[in-house]
Design a protein around this ligand. Structure first.
Ligand SMILES: CSCCC(=O)C(=O)COP(=O)(O)O
Ligand code: ZN
Length: 215
C-alpha cells in the first residue's frame, strides 16, 4: 500500500501536536521519549520520531516512516527511535492501536520502583480509570511492569508477552511508559490518565506514610 505525501504530512503534523503538548509538561527530559502514528496495517508502516532529537523543539528532521522491521521505508539520513521495535510490537499485538506514545516521567518511574519485584501496578476506584475507556463501577486496572532490559529485542519480547487490549499501556521499570490508543487523541488521553493515576497513587502513599508517623 502506498502512503501518500498528504497522509505522511498529516501524521507528522499530529506528532508535532502531541510532542509539543507533552514537552510543555516536561515529559521528554534529556531527549527521552518517542512517538508514533500508524499509517498502514498491512504492510505495517508508521511515522516515528527520529532518535536522539530534542523533543521539546520542532524541526524538519523530526520524523521518518518505518516498516514492520523497524527499517526506514525510503533512504534517509535520519535514524528511527532506538525503541522503534517496541512500537512494532504494540501495533502487531494490538491491531486497533493507531498511535503509540512513550514518555519518561518522575511519577511513572517512581511507581515502577515502588512496586519493585512485582510484575504489575494495580489501582481501583479512581474516576480517571474511565479515561482509559474502562467504565465499570469501582473498576480496577492492572498495568503490567517489565524489567528495563538494555537489549531492545529482549525488552520488546518482554512487552509483547504482557500487553493486552484491555489496558492500553505498559510500564518499563525505572524507564517510562508506553501507552497507545485507537487514535492519537485516545493515546494522549490514556497517557494523561495513567500519569494522573501514578502521581495520585505515589502522593497518596506519601501522605499515608506521613500521617502514620505523625505524633
Ligand atoms: C536519553 S533517553 C534513552 C533512550 C530512551 O529511553 C528513549 O526513550 C529515547 O530514545 P530515542 O532513540 O527514541 O530518542
Ligand atoms: Zn525510553
Amino acid at each position: 500500500m502506498t502512503i501518500t505525501l498528504e497522509q505522511r504530512l498529516d501524521a507528522f503534523r499530529r506528532l508535532d501536536d502531541a510532542k509539543l503538548t507533552f514537552a510543555r509538561r516536561d515529559w521528554f527530559p534529556g531527549t527521552s521519549g518517542n512517538l508514533s502514528i500508524k499509517l498502514s496495517s498491512d504492510p505495517l508502516q508508521f511515522a516515528v520520531t527520529a532518535s536522539g532529537k530534542d523533543k521539546t523543539k520542532l524541526s524538519p528532521e523530526d520524523y521518518l516512516v518505518v516498516d514492520g522491521d523497524s527499517r526506514p521505508v525510503e533512504p534517509t539520513a535520519l535514524k528511527p527511535s532506538a525503541e522503534t521495535m517496541i512500537h512494532v510490537v504494540v501495533y502487531r499485538q494490538i491491531p486497533q492501536a493507531q498511535a503509540c506514545f512513550h514518555v519518561h516521567t518522575v511519577w511513572n518511574n517512581l511507581i515502577s520502583e515502588l512496586y519493585f519485584g512485582q510484575r504489575a501496578f494495580s489501582i481501583q476506584g479512581q474516576e480517571l480509570i474511565k479515561g482509559l475507556g474502562i467504565w465499570e463501577e469501582n473498576a480496577r486496572i492492572t498495568v503490567p511492569i517489565v524489567e528495563n532490559f538494555a537489549d531492545i529485542p529482549t525488552l520488546a519480547a518482554a512487552i509483547e508477552k504482557v500487553i493486552t487490549p484491555e489496558v492500553p499501556g505498559v510500564l518499563i521499570r525505572n524507564h517510562g511508559i508506553y501507552a497507545w490508543g485507537d487514535s492519537d487523541f485516545a493515546a494522549k488521553r490514556h497517557l494523561e490518565s495513567f500519569e494522573f493515576l501514578f502521581e495520585y497513587h505515589a502522593r497518596w502513599l506519601q501522605l499515608r506514610q506521613a500521617a502514620a508517623v505523625a505524633p
